[in-house]
Design a binder for this molecule. Structure first.
Ligand code: ATP
Ligand code: LTN
Length: 333
């Protein structure tokens, strides 16, 4: 809470091309919060460098991620859209929170275990303390709600534990945030291995549908999606491939699973996959068109970055100064 207003915060890393998992699990749901909350949506470039990045690509993707926020319907007049590294309070608060976060807690984070297995040549301290920086992002704005995909739920829960711990020592320091997950898009699975999350850093690009893929590519990828040996379109735990396609179709068309089962009763996987591909491509077409316009105006994006960082800094400074005072740092006005 900031004054009377409830706060919503979320972030996306500019660490790759964004997928329909990022879209359905996170970004698509961001816009609705601006009606009732003060909303902050951040491009978290400082998180991205926990994995080695090519500087030119990181820079380009930072512009792209901001443009995608806007192309997906986030109006900069109604939402604070900005880049993490332009607001230095994120990193400063992360240090303070590091001193209230336990080694054991961080060791239990599944994302750390997965990423350190995947990047065994670069298990750096930043990868380990990644959730502390994420907690700093959230707590810096006295956030009430954090819309995320299910893979980030554990990190938001750790953030709650950190906030509660500090609140016990320094009463009323932080608002304790809640993770909010989309009902059906919270975990979109890989098209090649439907028991694994669709991830922007997957090496198999056929397993992943990117927000910016063209229609032919989208249709081709869905055509190759792994299903099963039956020929029945039914939502079921033992049919992860078909169920994932049904979830995607449902998210893009608004149809329920029952309606989808009825629509495709007696039809084969070929027809169904084509329909999923077409629905996805049709839903993404306006996002792609708007994205192209925004990317053509680099100065406009930079002006937005500047304005967003100024807005965010105003709130960030207030919280950080409150915390520094409570912790016992000398403050000279
Ligand atoms: P990486 O593959 O580099 O770990 P990522 O694809 O998980 O990245 P993030 O930037 O870490 O992307 O995530 C941005 C948001 O998208 C988060 O809220 C995350 O929970 C959500 N998200 C990511 N993948 C999926 C998915 N497959 N289904 C639903 N939500 C997802
Ligand atoms: N860790 C998140 C990205 C992220 C985030 C945040 C999400 C960084 N800071 C704060 C919500 C709130 C991820 O998606 N991997």
């Amino acid at each position: 809470m900031f004054g009377e207003q409830k706060v919503c915060f979320s972030g996306v890393q500019p660490s790759g091309n964004l997928t329909i998992g990022n879209y359905l699990g996170a970004i698509k749901n961001f816009a609705e919060f601006s009606q009732h909350y003060k909303t902050f949506y951040c491009v978290v470039d400082e998180h991205a460098i926990t994995v080695r990045q090519n500087p030119a690509e990181l820079r380009r993707r930072t512009y792209e991620t901001l443009a995608l926020y806007m192309a997906c319907g986030l109006d900069p007049e109604k939402n604070t859209l900005y880049v993490q590294s332009m607001v230095h309070e994120h990193a400063e608060l992360a240090w303070l929170l590091n001193c209230f976060t336990m080694f054991g807690e961080l060791s239990r984070m599944t994302q750390f275990k997965d990423k350190s297995a995947k990047h065994s040549d670069n298990i750096n301290a930043g990868l380990f303390t990644y959730p502390v920086l994420m907690a700093a992002d959230i707590l810096l704005f006295q956030t009430d709600v954090v819309p995320v995909g299910i893979d980030q739920k554990q990190h938001v829960e750790l953030c709650r534990d950190i906030a509660n711990r500090l609140n016990q020592i320094y009463p009323d320091l932080f608002t304790v945030p809640e993770p909010i997950m989309a009902k059906s898009g919270k975990k979109i699975m890989s098209l090649a291995e439907p028991t694994k999350k669709m991830s922007k850093s997957d090496e198999n690009t056929n397993a992943v549908v990117y927000i910016l893929d063209d229609k032919d590519t989208i249709i081709r990828k869905f055509k190759r999606a792994v299903t099963d040996s039956e020929a029945e379109i039914r939502f079921s735990e033992d049919k992860p491939g078909v169920s994932n396609l049904m979830t995607i179709y449902s998210c893009f068309t608004g149809n329920t699973y029952d309606e989808i089962e009825r629509e495709f009763a007696g039809k084969g996987y070929g027809d169904f996959k084509l329909a999923v591909g077409e629905a996805t491509a049709d839903a993404l077409a306006p996002v792609q068109a708007r994205f192209a316009e925004l990317m053509a105006d680099k100065a406009g994006l930079e002006a937005q970055m500047k304005r967003g960082a100024e807005e965010a800094s105003y709130y960030a400074r207030r919280t950080l100064s409150k915390i520094q005072k409570k912790l016992g740092f000398v403050q000279i006005r």
